[in-house]
Design a binder for this molecule. Structure first.
Ligand SMILES: Nc1ncnc2c1ncn2[C@@H]1O[C@H](COP(=O)(O)OP(=O)(O)OP(=O)(O)O)[C@@H](O)[C@H]1O
Ligand SMILES: [Mg+2]
Length: 261
């Protein structure tokens, strides 16, 4: 299943969710590919990818037809990633008109059956690459911070998803709003959550991702929350989210891939 992690609003934990939900799905024994379509390359950096030593082909080379093979790198057995590139920023100018909306779908359709889950980390904008992600995906997760202006952030997004579903990708569904950096002690968090839960057109995940300071350090350490602190609230929440999505429970030895020794 190809899932875009999408919100036009910045800083809502799209990248954090891609890395940690992806790792959690892998810990539940699913095969997973993480894709960075953001020219900021935060996911790529968090994974510790260095083009100088790890390889010089990224999703940019794939989308512009310059790759000899798929730019897929291994993080663990069954956990792969496709790095992003700052060059993605100007990709709209480089693609011929006929490829502009469907180029990502064209390439992903060739590898989709190799994975149980492909997660796409999207940039925070209404942009060509995000339309590509919506057209290439079966599902969308919308991370939301329960803060002021979070409602405005989704006002343009939902009509865009509906429009793409109606005209270009009928199988597209929204898996749900995912509340991130959640602190149930604050009034605003509770109010915003209630407001979104009243919208019956878009489901909300039962699992919420609690605010967790460990996420300040994980990108710098090039670790997922599970390698950094498997007992943290962040690790517990992303594993619970993976269980909710897959409708499967963790096995007793679910940590063995993080601490193989
Ligand atoms: N549950 C959490 N608790 C505390 N901090 C978090 C949590 N999730 C994410 N963060 C922090 O919030 C910041 C933004 O997260 P992230 O980069 O994942 O958002 P994003 O939506 O991908 O941002 P952008 O729109 O810039 O791509 C980061 O500093 C991250 O470490
Ligand atoms: Mg991001």
């Amino acid at each position: 299943m190809i899932i875009s992690i999408l919100n036009y609003k910045g800083g809502v934990a799209k990248t954090t969710t891609t890395l940690n939900l992806g790792t959690a799905l892998w810990l539940l024994d699913k095969s997973v590919l993480l894709i960075d379509t953001d020219s900021q390359c935060n996911l790529t950096k968090a994974l510790g990818f260095d083009p100088k030593t790890d390889g010089n082909e990224t999703i940019y080379e794939m989308l512009t037809g310059k790759c000899h093979s798929f730019p897929i790198y291994e993080r663990g057995k069954g956990l792969d990633y496709m790095p992003g590139s700052p060059a993605l920023e100007s990709i709209a100018k480089e693609l011929p008109e006929y490829k502009k909306l469907t180029v990502l779908r064209h390439y992903l359709s060739q590898i989709a059956t190799q994975y149980d889950y492909i997660l796409i980390d999207c940039p925070p904008s209404a942009s060509l690459l995000n339309y590509n992600a919506m057209i290439a995906s079966e599902s969308i997760i919308i991370p939301l911070e329960c803060a002021a202006f979070s409602v405005q952030g989704s006002l343009k997004l939902i009509p865009d998803i509906e429009g793409i579903k109606a005209e270009l990708n009928p199988k597209l569904t929204i898996l749900g709003y995912l509340f991130t950096k959640f602190d149930k002690r604050t009034n605003i968090a509770r109010q915003v959550k209630e407001l979104f839960e009243q919208n019956k057109n878009v489901p909300t995940f039962k699992t919420t991702i609690r605010r967790c300071v460990a996420f300040d350090s994980t990108p710098i350490e090039h670790q997922s929350i599970f390698e950094f602190d498997a007992e943290s609230n962040g690790a517990k929440d992303y594993l619970a989210l993976a269980e909710e999505i897959t409708k499967t429970k963790r096995k007793k030895n679910w940590k063995r891939k993080i601490n193989p020794s």
